[in-house]
Design a protein around this ligand. Structure first.
Ligand SMILES: Cc1ncc(COP(=O)(O)O)c(C=O)c1O
Length: 322
């Protein structure tokens, strides 16, 4: 998708075509490269704008969404922000259902974009800033109930193909084109696994030798078959310790990597200080995982990662208090 030589008809057309930047300062002294896709430069400051557009446009094309029909989805904030933007432009009322454990910047931003935001209490044992699979199950129940009550289209990011297609059609091919050289490895911190599945499909189709790694929190690496020792990690947007992710295809997975909260946080801070890149916890996790590979089994490799959202979304957390 190249940029047209005319004004965009709406901000929805500004989604995607984000820059790819080599993290040359973070990898100094090592052979190989980390190429980072700056997804926080999307209009809603996250990669999830892409899936919001794809899911809504797929539903319009398939007749599943009628003019003016409400849209409901559960969100850790980023998908909801993307949906709020797309629904505002296209005229659909949008209800975002979110755990109180996610940072409040996200709720405020969705509300500013015209969404109705329904906040769901966390489980008694959970902590703010640490949304567990159990917390997410409560959000899912509420989203189902609200969708039924309102006769809404459920923009179900854990199940709908649009979540994967956005990245197979766009994010993955953009990386292949922008890299200007072959890439060898892709690693991605998974929530729904839509980004991993979509990019991995594009990469494997281009060159089956590209190695694709799922990144999980060190204490909740259940997809890797490890025990769940702490469901309440700090890496917002994923790591829900769900053993089955409907969108994840085993044939795309070459391995699993684990990143601790401290590694993700320290790497997000280094991205800001050393690269001038202001991104969130999961971006730190992806780059930390890529650095693990560059220092161990993939010395000299070209590794692609997504920087999923903006550091602005965590100003109320202690990410930036060092
Ligand atoms: C900040 C952030 N990082 C990572 C992810 C995980 O992406 P995916 O759901 O495509 O696996 C999300 C998903 O919401 C997110 O918001």
């Amino acid at each position: 998708m190249s940029q047209p030589t005319r004004p965009l008809t709406s901000v929805v057309e500004a989604i995607g075509e984000t820059p790819l930047v080599e993290l040359a300062r973070l990898t100094r002294g090592r052979t190989g490269q980390i190429l980072a896709k700056l997804e926080y430069l999307n209009p809603g400051y996250s990669k999830k704008d892409r899936i919001a557009r794809q899911i809504i446009e797929d539903a319009e094309a398939n007749g599943l969404l009628q003019p003016g029909q409400p849209v409901v989805e559960l969100t850790s904030g980023n998908t909801g922000t993307g949906l709020a933007i797309v629904c505002a432009v296209k005229g659909y009322p949008f209800v975002a259902v979110m755990s109180k454990g996610n940072s409040m910047e996200r709720a405020r931003m969705m509300a500013a974009l015209g969404a109705e935001v329904v906040l769901i209490e966390q489980l008694p044992e959970s902590k703010p800033g640490q949304v567990s699979g159990g917390d997410l199950a409560l959000v899912e129940q509420a989203a189902q109930r609200i969708a039924e009550e309102r006769g809404a289209f459920r923009a179900d990011q854990f199940r709908l193909a649009g979540n994967v297609r956005a990245h197979t059609l766009h994010t993955g091919p953009e990386i292949l084109r922008q890299a200007g050289q072959p890439i060898h490895v892709f690693c991605d911190f998974v929530g729904t696994a839509g980004s991993f599945a979509g990019c991995a499909a594009a990469f494997k189709e281009h060159d089956p030798a590209i190695q694709c790694f799922v990144v999980e929190p060190a204490d909740a690496a259940v997809l890797a078959g490890r025990p769940l020792t702490n469901p309440n990690h700090r890496i917002q947007g994923g790591g829900y310790a769900m053993e089955e992710l409907p969108l994840l295809r085993p044939e795309h997975v070459d391995g699993y990597l684990q990143v601790s909260d401290d590694e993700a946080i320290e790497t997000a801070r280094r991205l800001a200080r050393e690269e001038g890149i202001f991104a969130g916890f999961s971006s730190g996790a992806n780059v930390a995982a890529a650095l693990q590979l560059l220092t161990t089994t993939f010395q000299g490799a070209i590794i692609a990662v997504l920087l999923s959202d903006s550091g602005l979304k965590y100003l109320s957390t202690d990410l930036w208090v060092s």
